[in-house]
Design a protein around this ligand. Structure first.
Ligand code: COA
Length: 698
């Protein structure tokens, strides 16, 4: 008997208590413990077995850390079948999150009871696989094809009451899982209830599974796991249980061997690693009970909304009472969205807008807040003025944060007498929706200020990434490079529309030109003007066709025209017919003979530029680890999660081939395509980006 599964007999009920913190993942020892526990219960002559989890949850799934390693017996599907075929009555009592293999253990049990707060689901597709221990064979037998397809292909978590009404569980009861489970088992014994194996229930009638497969495939935008899981449900309907289990296993193993599985599991662990920084070990964040926001435009209002929703009182500072009122209206509109979606009640809405939010037009109003974020105009002079005033009014120990997206935080910090308290907190718009937060650490930022930035990110439900100071930090710096690679391809013969299509087929939510239209072409215009004013390198390629679009008042979606014409709506994606003539004129002016690009070449060049810049960002220490870049691109830039992030993608492609491509492109343009020293070093040493992630964790 292994200690991760406790064994105890109470009357004629054997109790198997899982004790494998933090989430009772079904690793080898746990599986062995359960198999041993069932056998021991049978030998002990009890009538029923109760399975439950100690700590915060029932089994939250298979142990993902074992994925990709040779599996060890007992395998999970066999264990579920072993539990189900026991002659004893088996009851599972669920609390916390009974996910994946955890729910499959429960489905292998004969009866299921849960506490009201329990959640359950089969989230395997979210990590690139599918249920592999009977989930696709047992769940449809309980809830039918529609509900099981929804649950399995979305991976969503289901609350106990919904699970009860669907028939996944038999009962919901308040109490400790051990107590409600024991009482239920007792009641079942006393009432003479028999075993109730799900595998012996009738399977649903088959439907047109090819059509279902195609529709799920289309919805998943390039991800294969959800559609593959449909084939598992199909097997449930068309094959006897044992053969269905075999088919499920085959499909599961196919997915297990896929790059998408590797990408998604990398994403899962990377987003948990990203906040674990050696420099923060043992460092306590400062008190964070109230914040101030300066500037109530889209960004400031979004930040204030996120803070209010997290329970933080907010002082919103604007220049005039009218501007403050407009900021309040923006915040109320954002909160109205949360109200509509049922995230907050009318009462909470009123409390947040009328009590938790304070409007102000004088800096003195910020004298007592624990942290201030400015979201004012993106110009160094303006920022310096703001920080000068903050330095004068804020209490000692207050954190002074700038929401700048590219300015030098060291320079901002230097205009205060307390640079150790200054930090960059780069939110992404809309700030109450987008999950990414770049925490920009300047040379003198104190460790507990960094810790406070991470604490704020956590309170707001963000995924926070540490970044060093440079133009654009991690995300916008890399974006600027891959956008430039795309612009070069446009000059050389590809159309913006072909580029968008190729990258969307690769898995990006939107191609770069559709994104530019959404963000506003005036942003890129301003950056180009700034860079030209600073002086372009003589070898840097430049183009002015996009400036002409802006000069004509076309800023993208907000003006109805940009690269696309939005008269027929954003979804129609009609190219703006003024664009190609402008591009052609530019090519002619620059003496470029356009050439054809394949979609494959477009993706390759775009990704090579992204990876190369990312390697520079890691090499220079702007990002601490490759995984920090991956998480940034996944959460802020629409990078397809199933590819893991640009540097995970690069590892899976093979770094030597990628470096070869970059060197080949450099023969055309040795200014833009300068190989990153870190990439060259990794190739020379035969190592990968992921090796660097592991080095850091060790
Ligand atoms: N296998 C291995 N480790 C797991 C795990 C699993 N299935 N699920 C969670 N963990 C680990 C996390 O990596 C984390 O480890 P860390 O503290 O070293 O970073 C720890 O357990 C806590 O998880 P975390 O996600 O931080 O806690 P949470 O309370 O926010 O969420 C879950 C808990 C279970 C909802 C969430 O972790 C989850 O969704 N896990 C995956 C579940 C899953 O996909 N199961 C199906 C697998 S077949």
């Amino acid at each position: 008997m292994t200690e991760v599964i406790g064994y105890e007999v109470i009357g004629d009920i054997a109790v198997l208590a899982a004790n494998n913190p933090p989430v009772n993942a079904l690793g080898h020892a746990v599986r062995q413990g359960l198999a041993d526990g069932i056998a021991r219960a049978e030998a002990d002559g009890v009538k029923a077995v109760l399975i439950y989890g100690e700590g915060r949850t029932f089994f939250a799934g298979a142990d993902i850390r074992e994925f990709g390693k040779p599996p060890k017996e007992p395998f999970l599907p066999d264990l579920c079948t072993r539990i189900e075929s026991s002659p004893l009555i088996v009851v599972s009592a669920l609390h916390g999150t009974a996910l994946g293999g955890g729910l499959e253990i429960a489905l292998g049990s004969h009866y299921r009871i849960a506490v009201p707060s329990a959640r359950m689901g089969l989230p395997e597709v979210l990590i690139g696989v599918m249920p592999g221990a009977g989930g696709t064979q047992r769940l449809p037998r309980l809830v039918g094809i529609d509900a099981s397809t929804d649950i399995i292909t979305s991976g969503r978590q289901i609350k106990a009451d919904e699970a009860l009404s669907l028939g996944i569980i038999d009962r919901v009861e308040d109490g400790a899982p051990r107590d409600i489970g024991l009482a239920y088992a007792r009641e079942l014994i006393d009432s003479g209830a028999g075993r109730r194996p799900v595998s012996e229930m009738a399977a649903p009638e088959a439907v047109d599974f090819d059509a279902l497969y195609e529709s799920v495939l289309k919805k998943a935008r390039g991800q294969i796991a959800p559609a593959t899981a449909v084939r598992g449900i199909q097997a449930c309907c068309e094959l006897p249980f044992d053969q269905g289990m075999k088919r499920e296993r085959e499909l599961f193993m196919e997915l297990m061997a896929s790059d998408q599985r590797q990408g998604l599991i990398h994403a899962f662990f990377a987003e948990r690693e990203v906040g674990k920084l050696p420099e923060l070990k043992g460092v306590e964040p400062r008190t964070l009970a109230s914040i101030g926001v300066i500037g109530g435009g889209t960004m400031g209002a979004g930040i204030a909304t996120a803070a209010l929703l997290a329970g933080l009182p907010v002082v919103m500072l604007e220049m005039t009472p009218e501007a403050a009122q407009a900021a309040k209206e923006r915040i109320a509109k954002n909160l109205g969205g949360a109200l509509k979606r049922g995230k907050i009640s009318q009462e909470q809405f009123e409390q947040l807008t009328e009590k938790a939010l304070t409007l102000a037009t004088e800096y003195d109003a910020l004298s007592d807040v624990d942290l201030v974020i400015e979201a004012v105009f993106e110009e160094m002079g303006v920022k310096k003025q703001v920080f000068g005033k903050l330095d004068a009014v804020c209490k000692q120990g207050a954190v002074l944060a700038s929401n700048t997206s590219y300015l030098d935080v060291n320079e901002i910090a230097a205009c205060t007498a307390r640079p150790a308290d200054v930090i960059g907190l780069h939110f992404f718009s809309p700030a109450h929706v987008m999950k990414l937060l770049e925490i920009v650490v300047a040379d003198k930022t104190a460790p507990d200020v960094v810790a406070t930035g991470f604490a704020l990110g956590k309170m707001l439900g963000k995924v926070s990434v540490r970044a060093g100071v440079c133009d654009g930090f991690i995300g916008n710096r890399i974006l600027s490079t891959y956008r430039t690679a795309a612009d070069h391809m446009v000059l050389d013969g590809a159309s913006p529309y072909q580029i968008d299509k190729a990258l969307e087929a690769f898995g990006f939510a939107m191609g770069p030109y559709a994104v530019a239209d959404l963000a506003g072409l005036d942003i890129g215009w301003a950056v180009r003007k700034r860079k030209r004013a600073e002086g372009l390198h003589p070898k840097a390629r430049d183009a002015s066709y996009a400036d002409k679009l802006c000069e004509d008042g076309h800023f993208g979606q907000k003006t109805g025209k940009g690269y696309y014409d939005y008269a027929a709506g954003a979804k129609a994606r009609v190219p703006n017919e003024e664009v190609m003539p402008l591009i052609e004129a530019e090519r002619a002016e620059q003496g470029i003979t356009p050439r054809d690009f394949t979609d494959e070449e477009i993706v390759r060049r775009y990704m090579a530029a992204m990876v190369n810049e990312a390697a520079k960002v890691v090499g220079e220490g702007i990002a601490r680890r490759p995984l920090d870049v991956d998480v940034t691109l996944l959460y802020g830039y629409g990078f397809p999660r199933y590819r893991g992030g640009p540097l995970k993608w690069a590892d899976m492609q093979g770094l030597p081939a990628l470096l070869d491509d970059i060197r080949r492109y450099a023969q055309e343009d040795d200014y833009f395509w300068q190989p990153a020293p870190l990439l060259e070093k990794l190739v020379a040493e035969g190592r990968s980006f992921d090796d660097l992630n592991k080095e850091d964790a060790a």
